[in-house]
Design a protein around this ligand. Structure first.
Ligand SMILES: [Zn+2]
Length: 149
């Protein structure tokens, strides 16, 4: 008999989520046409992170992987979901997992103290705010099933 699913709450220690840092990409168009590789590496990071967390928690099966996808991450969530699906196909631990993606809006901060969603011009002083959130891709939660002891 399978036990009840275990929810790993990202807000309680031990600390999950594991941050997936995106490699810095150059401005400009030279990466055009390579977006699949880019999205593949994101999908792979999500897969590897979830798998590691599941293994550490003695998972028999992973049911669901929740991911926060920054709106400014410059990657297609659909593409990443698709690639994630192909990655887990042959993995008995992961193949039943669904990927739940929530897209998070950007957050920027200005030297004048402004904080909000404006990315290109500060509504308070007209300066260029710095993007502090919205580019990252985080595994926030995984739902696993463990074997009975
Ligand atoms: Zn400002």
């Amino acid at each position: 008999m399978p036990g009840p699913p275990i929810y790993i709450d990202s807000s309680s220690p031990p600390a999950y989520p594991t941050s997936i840092k995106r490699k810095k990409r150059s401005e400009g168009g030279f990466l055009k046409g390579h977006s699949c590789m880019h999205e593949f590496s994101i999908a792979y990071d999500i897969y590897a992170t979830a798998r590691k967390a599941a293994t550490e928690h003695g998972a028999r099966e992973v049911r669901k992987v929740s991911v926060e996808f920054g709106e400014m991450a410059m990657a297609s969530p659909e593409q990443v979901s698709f690639l994630f699906g192909t990655l887990i196909e042959d993995d008995p631990l992961m193949k039943g997992a669904s990927l739940a993606v929530s897209v998070t809006p950007p957050l920027s901060r200005c030297t004048c103290g402004y904080e909000g969603g404006e990315r290109f011009a500060c509504p308070r002083c007209g300066g260029l705010p710095e993007l502090v959130k919205g580019k990252e891709i985080l595994v926030t939660n995984i739902e696993i099933e463990v074997s009975d002891e």
